[in-house]
Design a protein around this ligand. Structure first.
Ligand SMILES: [Zn+2]
Length: 157
């Protein structure tokens, strides 16, 4: 399949932006989804709050969503997900915050459902990279705690 030069350049620019965004994260010494969320929030001048989707508004289609309220980014995840899927969902939402898809200046919401827009694909790719980076930084039992979701639960408000 032929890709036009303009498209090609756009994709390369996207990849560059993605690398820049990832390398600008000031990684916490002991990364958890919570501390990583706070680090990403600081980059965007937002306070990141991670919480389960309130029971009344859970739906089968939405695994996670982020809503900006003032300068807070509220990242919600479906606590019924398998732990690894749950972590991936939260990282996907944090990726939206990182890329400025959700920001304090305008009221914005992002929903994790399907990945058929460039913004969604970018968030999903970044989430995967964040997961790999976390794996690299977390060792042994800490990693097991993290992947089993204990880290997320331990930091629920
Ligand atoms: Zn998304």
């Amino acid at each position: 399949m032929a890709v036009s030069a303009a498209q090609d350049m756009e994709e390369r620019q996207d990849l560059q932006d993605q690398r820049d965004a990832l390398s600008s994260i000031d990684w916490p010494e002991r990364p958890t989804v919570q501390s990583l969320g706070e680090a990403i929030g600081r980059l965007r001048g937002m306070r990141v709050v991670i919480a389960p989707i309130p029971e009344g508004i859970r739906s089968a289609e939405v695994n996670g969503l982020t809503v900006s309220v003032g300068s807070a980014a509220k990242v919600y995840y479906d606590p019924r997900l398998a732990p690894l899927n749950c972590t991936q969902t939260i990282l996907h939402e944090l990726a939206h915050v990182l890329h400025g898809d959700v920001c304090a200046e305008r009221s914005a919401a992002s929903y994790r459902t399907t990945f058929d827009t460039p913004q969604e694909r970018r968030a999903e790719l970044t989430a995967t990279r964040l997961m790999l980076e976390l794996n690299r930084r977390i060792r042994g039992s800490d990693l097991l705690d993290f992947l089993s979701g204990r880290a997320a639960r331990a930091h629920r408000p």
